[in-house]
Design a protein around this ligand. Sequence first.
Ligand code: CO8
Length: 303
Amino acid sequence: MALRAALRTKCALSGFLSQPSSSSRHGRVCASTVLAAQQRSNSTSSKISVDFDQSTGVAVMHMKSPPVNSLSLDFLTEFCISLEKLEMDKSCRGLIITSSLPKVFSAGLDILEMYGKSPESCGEFWKAVQEMWLKLYSSNMVTVAAINGSSPAGGCLMSLTCDYRIMVDNPRYSIGLNETQLGIVAPFWFKDTMANTVGHRITEMALALGMLYSPAEALKIGLVDQIVPEEKLMSTAEQAMAKWLAIPAHARQLTKSMMRKPTVDRMTSKREADVQNFVSFITKDAIQNSLRVYLEMLKKRKA
Ligand code: CO8
């Protein structure tokens, strides 16, 4: 409820995707300039910016929340607002998600939202995580993750909810559901999303060991669909998008729904219980201790 209220308030405040800028305000401009301007629009919030090209029907969402695009409650709220707006705009048929930060796509859930917080805060946070997944996993748009940096845990989940994943081929980057390394357990819908992508056995091993894969390894197990040099990432994402958009939309959307609905239904039917499970799990002393140790390890590694 709180997330929905926040979404409503933010929508009203931001006006969302701003209207196409009117070049004519600046004096005489040629018709093609006006047309080009009318065909593009962009919206910016503090953590997300969206460029929408109406001529192609494709929006590019840039995550820009330094230092690591961690999925905080604020981030998730802005993310969901942007998604909802694009989803409602019938001229938007495809979405490419990428990062504006060097080296990191998303560090996953913001650990500070789960550490030392009240059960109420943890509950609100978890609802926002559920909302992000639901919106993305069941989106009618074609969604492509252009993964230009590391993408652990919740960052991997976000990528997995997309229709297609392209990752920059840099062995320094990694992707995977590494929750067990933090002493926490990926919930059933994280597991289902991964198993739907790479199969049961690979998911079982990956989750149990908290595996983080290099781009080449991720390609090998099907966790990503393509790896490319950094400079080719966006052009490859656009090519993949064009291929998906060439399929009649109703047929593609019904197929997506057929493939994903059982997973979505399973999650929605257990949504409230999943929040309760998360809150009671994450607020346990032993789990809080694991998160503290992990946060210290992150800091030490930096030093
Ligand atoms: N949340 C909060 N802060 C983070 C996170 C995070 N996920 N990741 C990094 N940070 C912080 C670091 O502590 C550091 O803070 P400071 O500047 O204050 O010291 C800052 O961000 C920069 O981090 P790095 O110096 O490590 O940045 P690098 O560019 O060197 O590395 C990485 C980027 C690879 C992303 C690295 O930061 C990393 O590995 N981060 C941890 C990622 C991770 O393990 N995420 C798991 C989150 S849990 C999750 O998503 C699913 C939980 C499911 C819950 C289920 C429970 C039932």
